[in-house]
Design a protein around this ligand. Sequence first.
Ligand code: 9MG
Length: 282
Amino acid sequence: MNLGPYQLDLSSPCIMAVLNATPDSFSDGGQLYGSSGCLDLSRVLKHVEAFLAEGADIIDVGGESTRPGSAIVAVDEELDRVVSIVEAIAARFDVPVSVDTSTPEVIQASASAGASMINDVRALQRDGALEAAVSTDLPVCLVHMAGEPKIMQQSPRYQDVVAEVSDFLLARAHACEDAGIDRCKIVLDPGFGFGKTLEHNLTLFRAISDLSALGFPLLVGVSRKSMIGEILNKPVNQRLVGSVALAMLAAQQGAAILRVHDVAATVDMLKIMNAVEERKDG
Ligand code: 9MG
């Protein structure tokens, strides 16, 4: 898959590293902020350097928390948080940067700053977002989310979660194609934790092979999420094993991109998995 000037080989799963430029993200909020309360670019660059040394393939920069209960951020604030980071990474490192945003102004400014992909948990449904994405010519990741983060975990309901999520993702992919986004620039994501109970998440998880067969690469983001906390009854800083276990199960079912906080551990897991699979037939 082409991500701007970069070529991503999706024949085995790629790692998208999470870089949250937010003071309030659920697992790593505030880590890029200095003691003055301002975003510290030198911390950002250190994090990126570490992610690359560990084997990340994409850096996903977000300026608005999408954890359950979080509020929408003003456009200027989001621009402030994201654009300088994208510019700094694009200028110093040879890695595609995706930007986690639903905001047309941020989509456009990020593309001008050197972003290589747009990752939208609202699947380009905000007013002007689809048009903005088309104008950038960048690949897009379309995520299923039921409702808005502020209320999405208040009694989510589905008749058939797999069918409804699949139908939604295909409809958004077709809307993107109709608007002029090339099919080969579309990635789908069932949106684990976005308006879903644990049962919904587990049912969707078991359907990753079916979702991977919809005709688009599938991105899976489960790292440190509350579904792991619910199963293990563990806080966010004790979910590494659960995150890597789910990443492995997703990779085995054909997930193309894994969005993770713990890059080194996930890369090790993939090396083990690939070694076993390569030897399976040989
Ligand atoms: C921004 N963000 C938070 N969780 C995510 C997930 O599961 N997938 C994608 N694509 N983005 C996410």
